[in-house]
Every structure is written in structure tokens, then in C-alpha cells.
Write a protein that binds this ligand. Structure first.
Ligand SMILES: *Cc1c(COP(=O)(O)O)cnc(C)c1O
Length: 320
């Protein structure tokens, strides 16, 4: 399959218009990271970019990373590695799976990623140094990239999202998985800008996760505390029951949003974050502001939700 290169130039800032937004004095812009690449989903390219540059500088053999059965990160890594002629190994959660279990895994294999299926017990070790050392013995000179691309290089890549925004934006809204994207955006904000994060996981402690990741930047810990206290809003009541859970209300929101703004949202991350923003606007908690919503992509992995959204919602008609 011939792949095109990711193009961050295509991540335009698109303004959305409606009576609803106007009534609340909200100027809403969408940062179209979903347009960077059809397969290397938005923020996943931001996170991989410096990892791959680093790999080449260090003359590493390839990338070894981790993901679940439907992981956008695994597909993105497989595609980015093929483009850069870098071997890729994906450690996949679930030893009952194989390379043809679903479209995500099929695509990873097609893109040349070597898939290794491990038990849930083994997968639970994915962040342990000792486990990485064992993997490196088996795959010498590979660079280990954590699940979701959640490392320092990933964060630095996401900092560029904030730098590309209109500096007059007051509030930036982003969905949160590992918090790599949100941490990168946070450190890229200017002094008057604020960040609202919408975790996709139930019970996720956004501030403590962000504190841990930001701690690896070498930024002074007092300054980190201050950024998390004064510049970060946590909207953690919009997980819709938990990670990847979808109900009728969310499905209706995705469909209405597409009808009103001609923009597709994925059910796992961006739809929940956009729902949160619209709810906050409705409640008057966000008003008279310039808001930038980061469309982190994820449409590629959303195909498995098409039976709920109507036939070929994600596969046909282009986004925007
Ligand atoms: C992976 C992903 C996220 C989560 O990003 P983190 O950096 O892990 O917080 C958000 N949106 C989409 C569409 C994703 O695929």
C-alpha cells in the first residue's frame, strides 16, 4: 500500500459557525490535526515524529511499542515506520488474538509491523524497566516507545500544536488518553491561555497523571504545580461510562454535530470532548471566549462503531 507523508501544514484552524455559538459569544476554532494523515491519526503523528528522529540519530534498529486490539497508536506506528523504512514491532494485549482478528490488526500487519500477542498478565508489565530489558535482549537495539506514544519526545511533538494556534485563543480543549497530548499543549500555551482536558477513561486522575509526565521534562516542579492549578481545567464527567463506551446520546450528538458543522468526531475521544465543550457552553461556564478544539483524529479506528452510527459513516463522505 503506497503511503503519503504526514503533513502538519494541513492542520488548519477552521472556524465553526452557528446561532448557538453566537448566542454564547463563543468563537470556536477546530485545529484539524485529523487532516494530517489518513492513517497516522492526528496526534499520534505528533507523538511519533521526534521518536522517529531520535531513533535515526541514535541509529536504533527499530521501534518496539505496545497497544490493545483496536489501538490507533499501533496503526500509526506501523504506518509511520513503513514510511521511514524503520522496522516496527507491536506487542498486543491478548494472546487469543492474531493478525487477522480485526481491521486494526490486519492493517498493522499489512504495513509490515511484526505483531507479538501476549497474555494480559504479560501486557500488564508494559511499563516495567525489567520487562523492557527482556524485550531488548530478544530484539537488540530496538527503541521502546510506551503505549500511546506517552514519552518525552511525544510530549515535545504535541507542544507544536499549541505553537500553531492563534495566540489570541483563550481556551484550548483536548481529549485525554495518556495525557501526552494535553501535557505537550499545556507547555506550549502562552501566559494568558488555558487548557481544558476531557479524559476518555473513567476514574482517570488527570492532574496526577499530567504531573508525572510533565515531571520528565525537567521543568521546575513548582511551575508544574502552578500550571496544573491555574491553567488547567479538568472536565472529567464526560467519559459516558468508561473508555470506548458509547450510548444513544453520544451517537445522536455525533450525528447532529455532523449535520450542523459537517465535521466527523470519533466516539472514543473527540466526540466526548466536543460534547463536554458544548455542555459547558450550554451551562454558561464557557462564554465570550475564543476557543480552540484540537481534533486529534481517531476516525480510522472508529469504523467498528459504524453499525451504531449508520452504514459507512466513517468510511465514506470525507470529513469537512
Ligand atoms: C490516542 C488519542 C487521544 C489521546 O491522546 P493522549 O496523548 O494519549 O492523551 C485523543 N484522541 C484521539 C483521536 C486519539 O486517537
Amino acid at each position: 500500500m503506497p503511503l503519503t507523508h504526514p503533513n502538519t501544514q494541513s492542520s488548519i484552524l477552521q472556524e465553526l459557525h452557528s446561532n448557538f455559538l453566537q448566542e454564547h459569544g463563543v468563537q470556536l476554532y477546530v485545529k484539524r490535526d485529523d487532516l494530517i494523515h489518513p492513517i497516522i491519526s492526528g496526534n499520534k503523528w505528533r507523538k511519533l515524529k521526534y521518536n522517529i528522529l531520535n531513533l535515526k540519530e541514535q541509529k536504533k534498529e527499530g521501534i518496539l511499542t505496545f497497544g490493545g486490539a483496536f489501538s490507533n497508536h499501533l496503526v500509526a506506528t506501523a504506518a509511520a515506520c513503513q514510511l521511514n523504512e524503520v522496522p516496527a514491532i507491536g506487542i498486543v494485549r491478548g494472546d487469543e488474538l492474531n493478525a487477522s482478528s480485526n481491521d486494526t490488526l490486519k492493517l498493522c500487519a499489512e504495513l509490515g509491523m511484526q505483531l507479538i500477542f501476549v497474555s494480559r498478565e504479560e501486557y500488564a508489565l508494559r511499563n516495567m524497566r525489567e520487562y523492557h530489558e527482556e524485550l531488548i535482549v530478544e530484539h537488540p537495539n530496538y527503541m521502546v516507545v510506551p503505549e500511546g506514544g506517552a514519552n518525552y519526545m511525544g510530549m515535545i511533538g504535541c507542544q507544536e500544536i499549541a505553537k500553531e494556534l492563534d495566540q489570541a485563543v483563550d481556551l484550548v480543549v483536548v481529549a485525554q488518553g495518556t495525557s501526552t497530548t494535553s501535557c505537550g499543549v499545556l507547555i506550549g500555551l502562552n501566559e494568558h491561555q488555558k487548557l481544558a482536558v476531557v479524559p476518555a477513561l473513567k476514574g482517570y486522575d488527570s492532574r496526577s497523571e499530567m504531573k508525572q509526565l510533565l515531571g520528565r521534562t525537567g521543568i521546575d516542579s513548582e511551575y508544574i504545580e502552578e500550571m496544573l492549578k491555574n491553567k488547567t481545567l479538568v472536565w472529567d464527567d464526560y467519559h459516558f461510562g468508561g473508555y470506548a463506551k458509547v450510548d444513544d446520546e453520544l451517537v445522536a450528538f455525533i450525528q447532529d454535530f455532523y449535520r450542523d458543522y459537517h465535521l466527523k468526531l470519533d466516539p472514543v475521544y473527540t466526540a466526548k470532548a466536543m460534547y463536554a465543550l458544548f455542555d459547558k457552553i450550554k451551562k454558561g461556564e464557557v462564554e465570550n471566549q475564543k476557543v480552540a478544539f484540537i481534533h486529534t483524529g481517531g476516525l480510522q479506528g472508529a469504523k467498528s462503531y459504524e453499525d451504531k452510527l449508520g452504514v459507512e459513516f466513517y468510511t465514506t463522505t470525507s470529513n469537512g
